[in-house]
Design a protein around this ligand. Structure first.
Ligand code: ZN
Ligand code: ZN
Length: 330
């Protein structure tokens, strides 16, 4: 009898099922221009088999190939139209065309997106053989899915940043999740493991073989928050970012400069690592990842990390190709 069950492994508790993955891949972490070590801005967010691209600096398509980011994405989000954030879309779209893509592509960006991205679509003699829709967004918008059945379990919202020209950042916020199913209580109440557990954990009443009827009360805990990922793009430290990033599981903030160039940061509409850390602290973010670093920090960004850590402990500077998983807080 035992020999038949030797390979049996108990299933993980019910609450461990259906945890959607949420990861980000940094495709480019250099400010203004590429360096040997770092490409210009590009960030992929993966959630449950879906990939979204944020920014598409020159060379982003090659970074996607290097770091295994699928070309099957259908949306690209731009924070503003400085060249280091969008020039790559010209080549990427041509490659999509060569691959025979027929699916529509949606491009989101602040005011001016239609003009700038529209012009990018016209460059080159190759015609773009699939529909491209350009959507101009503004702070406060919640971005729909263009009727493609996306945005299941999450929203994408737009917030204002301080970088001039109507620059914006984006928030990916998951909807609340069901409460935790209390396996021990279910066992103690004599509910057999299996479909009845599933029903109860989904909030449905059940009837046991002995005729007892039970409701989920007491077996399922309070609803739990989903995850929150915030991407600023280029910006000065800003109250609107602090608001958007309240309790963020992951805040991805630009940090172009170190403290010794804090005046330059101010003049050029950027942040220092320390300023980004102050934003993370004020927002009570759980984790801060810095990107868009000046070429002088290309090889090593230890100074930026050190300055930021004085203010906010859980901080790193992303490197190209780095993948960061966003776990649930509870
Ligand atoms: Zn930039
Ligand atoms: Zn910029």
């Amino acid at each position: 009898m035992r020999s038949h069950t030797a390979s049996y492994r108990p299933l993980p508790p019910l609450t461990a099922y259906f945890i959607p993955m949420l990861t980000v891949t940094f495709l480019g972490t250099s400010a203004a221009r590429p360096t040997v070590e770092r490409n210009v801005s590009g960030l992929a967010i993966h959630r449950e088999g879906e990939t979204m691209l944020f920014e598409c600096g020159e060379g982003t398509q090659r970074q996607m190939m290097r770091y295994g980011v699928a070309f099957t994405l259908s949306e690209i989000f731009f924070t503003h139209f400085h060249a280091d954030h969008f020039l790559g879309v010209i080549g990427l779209i041509r490659t999509f065309g060569l691959q025979g893509r027929t699916d529509a592509l949606l491009l989101y960006g602040p005011k001016g997106a239609k003009k700038v991205l529209g012009a990018a679509m016209q460059l080159g003699v190759e015609r773009v053989p699939f529909p491209v829709e350009i959507v101009e967004v503004k702070a406060g918008d919640a971005l729909g899915d263009g009727g493609r059945g996306k945005r299941e379990g999450y929203d994408i919202r737009v917030f204002a940043t301080e970088h001039g020209g109507g620059s914006v950042g984006y928030v990916l916020r998951e909807h609340e999740r069901r409460g935790r199913f209390d396996v021990e209580k279910a066992k103690a109440a004599g509910i057999p493991e299996g479909p009845l557990w599933g029903k109860l954990s989904k909030g449905e009443p059940i009837e046991l073989a002995d005729g007892r009827r039970l409701t989920p009360d007491g077996f399922v805990g309070a609803r739990r928050p989903g995850r929150l990922v915030v991407f600023t793009g280029d910006t000065r430290p800003s109250a609107s970012v602090v608001d958007a990033a309240q309790g963020a599981d992951l805040l991805i903030h630009e940090a172009t400069f170190g403290e010794e160039e804090k005046d330059r940061a101010k003049e050029t509409g950027h942040s220092t690592a320390k300023e980004a850390a102050q934003v993370a602290l004020a927002a009570k973010a759980k984790k801060l990842v810095l990107c868009h670093v000046s070429a002088r920090y290309s090889l090593t960004a230890e100074d930026l990390v050190k300055e930021a850590k004085e203010v906010f402990p859980d901080v790193t500077v992303a490197r190209d190709g780095q993948e960061i998983d966003v776990p649930f807080a509870e």
